[in-house]
Design a binder for this molecule. Structure first.
Ligand code: SF4
Length: 244
């Protein structure tokens, strides 16, 4: 049995993307292979934190890492009646692929739906967990907000291998985001997940989603109108709801 490093675990509502508002149990796994400029979960960058946090409203307690599968199973059994989905988020959960694989298998065995939130760059690790993941919430990173190179090749490699799963794709944008990078991201989304709306998500600064001027939104929508894909612009609602 593998042990894992968890930054925090909490029941909450999905605050991003097309599953917005759906209740889920979140496990934020430690470590990330990227360093996005807009990252709001830098606390998850450390690969092996000695402690994490289990929280539910005012009931917060520390958890000691590494965490065993038995502990995770206890949490799942307590909450599974009202939180039917488990979300593995990060950081980048695929960095702990073996632990993720075993915990996702456990969750599936308890009748839960499993969703992986990923930066969609670790295709080989994905191959080891895909059987027990029902839904994939994937980011396509664009240079204007990530502050790094366009990872289109890595994203394509990953998303091609995730075909057959329910794939939700998000792109985090800022005021400076250009139409060319958005078009490239939307073309890839239209190839691998044509039935699911592409979510364009304004970045957050100091825990508040930035405001995007209407003329900028119109410019983006005009640029995307030739791509056969529904587009929705949705900020991070959990920040506005003051949820974790
Ligand atoms: S992939 Fe996610 S957790 Fe990692 S640096 Fe980017 S935003 Fe932060």
């Amino acid at each position: 049995m593998t042990e894992g490093y968890i930054v925090e675990a909490y029941p909450s509502l999905e605050g991003e993307g097309v599953k917005l508002g759906s209740p889920a149990l979140f496990f934020r796994l430690a470590g990330c292979n990227l360093r996005c400029a807009y990252c709001d979960t830098r606390k998850a960058w450390e690969e092996k934190p000695a402690e994490g946090m289990w929280s539910f409203t005012d009931n917060r307690r520390k958890l000691r890492n590494p965490v065993s599968q038995t502990t995770v199973e206890e949490w799942l059994r307590v909450w599974k009646q009202i939180y039917p989905t488990v979300v593995f988020t990060g950081g980048e959960p695929l960095l702990q692929a073996k632990f993720l694989c075993e915990v996702a298998h456990l969750a599936k065995g308890l009748g839960l739906t499993t969703r992986l939130e990923t930066n969609a760059t670790l295709a080989e690790a994905w191959e080891t967990v895909w059987a027990d993941i029902d839904q994939v919430s994937a980011d396509i990173k664009i240079p204007s907000t990530s502050g790094s190179d366009f990872l289109l090749h890595e994203h394509r490699n990953f998303l091609e291998r995730a075909r057959g799963k329910l794939i939700h794709i998000k792109v985090v944008v800022g005021i400076e985001t250009g139409t060319e990078e958005l078009i490239s991201a939307a073309e890839l989304a239209a190839e691998v997940a044509p039935q699911i709306p592409l979510v364009i998500m304004p970045a957050s600064v100091e825990d508040k989603p930035i405001s995007i001027p209407n003329e900028r939104i119109i410019e983006w929508l005009r640029a995307l109108e030739m791509i056969p894909l529904e587009v929705r612009i949705i900020p991070q609602m959990h920040k506005l709801w003051s949820l974790p």
